[in-house]
Structure formats: structure tokens, C-alpha cells
Design a protein around this ligand. Structure first.
Ligand code: RIB
Length: 312
């Protein structure tokens, strides 16, 4: 991809502290699995996507809400150290910083539960007060870990200003407002595409069926991420498939966030859809090779190296 200067990505979303335990296998209901190792790091889909975009070369602003606690202060400092503009990071005096408990098995698969805390205190008033950020942005990236009204407003405001919108519909939530017509790029994984459409996604053909069903609701382009099978974009002109980079997965946490952050960067650079998919797939693959959420997110140099034949 060409090296260009103007890349301005605004992320509206969540920030968490992640407690990740790696064990040989995921527990069943009511089961205790011992012998794991603990990693505590920063996560949250919004913050992960912001960090991913920043490490890949974009200027990034982040609108979110943390608690008035040490975790919130540490998250703010860490994001600022990454070079992310955190002026839009609000502080709630009523809820603790969001927390995620993550279990990762020997194949890198995970189970995640989240106590959203301050993420669900992100207010419409606060997001509306960040008009300058929307005026600045080329691409706005949202997920579903903050109040749905904030997501809907951000997408509406971005569309009003002619900014490219990306919605990562994760995690799927009940009561989603009808925002589909405001979304330029919707990026569900297989399970999310299935939950949204009722189409069982198990291969490229079924992913295309789900993707086009979502397009029928008004989304411009639907990109179904398929893990080790790459990604499939469904557009008005047909489908564009991009294979995954084969890697040995250690921890797939935040692979989707790496994909979305990278997609935002590629779109801000005016990349072709195929180029954007390949770039995002490379970032996602690299994120699977390291433990944790934000510690696993790759730099631009690492992604470029993968493109030129290097192995992670
Ligand atoms: O996508 C991974 C993220 O989901 C984790 O960092 C966790 O915080 C949850 O938000």
C-alpha cells in the first residue's frame, strides 16, 4: 500500500482492563480448569481498534468513558503514550472502568465476559460535545460496547459530514437501532453475521448470503471476517475474497480489532477494497501470534514485513 500522510481515524468505543488466563482448554459450564497463567493488560474493542490504527500509522482520536479509578488513569496514560488523542476520554464518577475476563485455550480460541462499567456511562451529551473530532475525521469506527444511542448518533453525524463509517457489530446486542443505512462498512465475524441474519455461516457461499442479506438492509459494503479463512466483502458489484495469512495462533483475542483498526487506516489512505482486506487480514494474523489484546497489535513495519514474504 502506498505511504500517504493524511490518515485521520476517529474511534468511538470502549476501553477495558483485560484479565486473561491461558489454559489448555476452555471450561464447560460449572467446570473449573486450573493450571493457567495470568496476563493483565488493556483491552476493550474501541481502545484496541484505536491502538491498532495508531500503530499502523494513522492519527487517531478516541471518544470513550473510563471510571474515576487507577485503571482509568492507566488506560488514559497508555493510550496517550501510543500517541492517541485522548481529549475525548470522559470520566464517570458513577461506574468503574470496564473489565473483561478472558479465557484462552491451547489453540488460541477464547471466551470473553465483560463488566462494561463506565463504558455504558458514555453519554450522548459527551459524544455530541466532540463535534471537532467529527469535523477532523476521515473515517469513524464504532463497535457495540457503548450505549447504542451513542453509536447511532456517531454514525449519523459521520454520515451527515460525509465521513466514511465502519461499524464492527461486536458484541451483538438486542435492541439494535436501524442504523444500517448509515454504515459504509459493516464487519461481522461468522457468528455475528449469523446472529444478524439467521443464515448459518460456514463457508464463502453462506458468508456471501449473509453479507448480501445485510446489504439489503442498507449497508453499503459488508465484510464478513472468517478467521483462518480470511474475509469476504459483499458489495453492490459482487464479492471480493481475501485469504488469511497462515499463522500459528497463540491468542486470537483482538484479532478482529486489529482487522477493524487496519481497515480504518486503509480506508483513510484511499486503498482499494482488495488492498484494504489484505492489509487488515495481515494485521489480524499478526495479532493472533502474541498473547493479550493491545500487546498483540502489530506495527506498520510488521505488517509490511508480512506482505513482503516475512513470517511472523
Ligand atoms: O475484542 C477483544 C476485546 O473484547 C477484549 O480486549 C475485551 O476487553 C473485550 O472488549
Amino acid at each position: 500500500m502506498s505511504d500517504v500522510t493524511a490518515r485521520r481515524v476517529l474511534v468511538v468505543g470502549s476501553a477495558n482492563v483485560d484479565f486473561t488466563v491461558a489454559v489448555p482448554r476452555l471450561p464447560g459450564a460449572g467446570e473449573t480448569v486450573s493450571g493457567g497463567t495470568l496476563l493483565v493488560n488493556h483491552g476493550g474493542k474501541g481502545a484496541n481498534q484505536a491502538v491498532a490504527a495508531r500503530r499502523l500509522g494513522a492519527e487517531v482520536r478516541f471518544i470513550a468513558c473510563v471510571g474515576d479509578d487507577s485503571s482509568g488513569r492507566e488506560i488514559r496514560a497508555a493510550l496517550a503514550t501510543e500517541g492517541i488523542d485522548v481529549d475525548g476520554l470522559d470520566v464517570s464518577g458513577e461506574a468503574a472502568t470496564g473489565t473483561a475476563l478472558i479465557v484462552v485455550d491451547g489453540q488460541g480460541r477464547n471466551q470473553i465476559v465483560v463488566a462494561p462499567g463506565a463504558n455504558w456511562r458514555l453519554s450522548l451529551e459527551h459524544v455530541r460535545s466532540r463535534a471537532d473530532d467529527f469535523a477532523w475525521a476521515q473515517v469513524v469506527v464504532c463497535q457495540l460496547e457503548t450505549p447504542l444511542e451513542t453509536v447511532a448518533w456517531a454514525l449519523r453525524e459521520a454520515r451527515r459530514r460525509g465521513i466514511v463509517t465502519v461499524l464492527n457489530p461486536a458484541p451483538i446486542r438486542d435492541g439494535l437501532p436501524d442504523v444500517w443505512g448509515l454504515v459504509d462498512y459493516l464487519t461481522p465475524n461468522e457468528g455475528e453475521a449469523e446472529r444478524l441474519t439467521g443464515v448459518t455461516v460456514r463457508d464463502l457461499r453462506s458468508a456471501a448470503a449473509a453479507g448480501h442479506a445485510l446489504r439489503q438492509r442498507g449497508v453499503r459494503t459488508v465484510i464478513v471476517t472468517l478467521g483462518a479463512h480470511g474475509a469476504l466483502a459483499c458489495t453492490a458489484q459482487g464479492e471480493v475474497a481475501a485469504p488469511a495469512h497462515p499463522v500459528s495462533a497463540v491468542d486470537t483475542t483482538a484479532a478482529g480489532d486489529a482487522f477493524n483498526g487496519a481497515l480504518g487506516v486503509a480506508l483513510s489512505e484511499g486503498s482499494t477494497l482488495e488492498g484494504a482486506l489484505r492489509f487488515a487480514n495481515a494485521a489480524a494474523a499478526l495479532a493472533c501470534t502474541r498473547r493479550g489484546a493491545q500487546p498483540s497489535l502489530p506495527t506498520r513495519a510488521e505488517v509490511n514485513q508480512l506482505f513482503t514474504g516475512g513470517r511472523p
